[in-house]
Design a protein around this ligand. Structure first.
Ligand code: G3P
Ligand code: CA
Length: 244
């Protein structure tokens, strides 16, 4: 059955990658949450999409140039002009505390595409172990070297290669590296590619699926996880499909 993951939390209606967006995703009965992690100057794992804080907060500059004490003073919901009060950039630890007693599965995207954040894989894995969440996480990255570093440290952790373009023979590529999941943009999921991936037992987790027709298309193709900004809409459509 297709699972419903909230992209950066319930980011269609609430400030992305904040504890508020994660709480709202849980309230919307999402099966899982996708989020992005980077490292601060003092090595804290923080949840934020961009390498800089310019787009999503009222501050400026690189995440890696701030300590967490400095970073937490910026408002990660400022573009909503006070609608949701003040929301800080959360740490991964705070997020784990929020979801640890739920059934939420977490897709942690390592944002190692531009800054490799040396040691981030081990730090993330140590926190997963501390919270005993080994069976409730999927690690993904556009940086496939980073995914393989995680796999080498933690062979038991489910991992996926993220792609945003048409790669040749994705099923063979993924199988070759003993990675469990493929995380392409949904436009790349032709029936032929889906069939090849399924034949090799590769889990297909796709993004960012926000429109009703695309959600229906992904369900009909038997995609494992739909990652979207509107987990309420995805849930409604999955429930309707099940009750048919
Ligand atoms: O992990 C799926 C998706 O989040 C990848 O793209 O840019 O939204 O992080 P982006
Ligand atoms: Ca992401």
């Amino acid at each position: 059955m297709t699972k419903n993951f909230a992209h950066r939390g319930f980011s269609g209606k609430y400030p992305e990658n904040t504890l508020l967006a994660f709480e709202k995703a849980i309230e919307a009965q999402a099966d899982g949450i996708e989020l992005d992690v980077q490292l601060t100057k003092d090595g804290e794992i923080v949840i934020i999409h961009d390498e800089t804080i310019d787009r999503t907060t009222n501050g400026k500059g690189l995440v890696v140039d701030y300590t967490y004490e400095e970073l937490k003073k910026f408002d990660a919901s400022y573009i909503y002009t006070g609608q949701f009060g003040f929301n800080k950039i959360p740490t991964l630890k705070e997020y784990f505390n929020l979801i640890k007693d739920t059934n939420i599965i977490t897709n942690i995207e390592l944002k190692t595409g531009i800054n490799e954040y040396k040691g981030i894989e081990e730090k993330v894995y140590n926190l997963i172990k501390e919270f005993q969440l080994e069976d409730r996480v999927i690690i993904s990255s556009f940086n496939h070297y980073s995914v393989l570093r995680m796999k080498a440290i933690a062979p038991r952790i489910k991992c996926g290669f993220l792609t945003e373009t048409w790669i040749l023979n994705p099923s063979k590529y993924i199988k070759n590296y003993c990675v469990e999941c493929y995380h392409p943009h949904f436009a790349m999921l032709t029936p032929k590619i889906v069939n090849e991936l399924k034949t090799l037992g590769i889990e297909i987790n796709t993004w960012t699926v926000n429109k009703e027709e695309d959600i229906r298309d992904m369900i009909s193709k038997g995609i494992d996880i739909i990652i979207g900004n509107f987990p309420d809409l995805t849930k409604k459509i999955i429930d309707e499909t099940l009750n048919k």
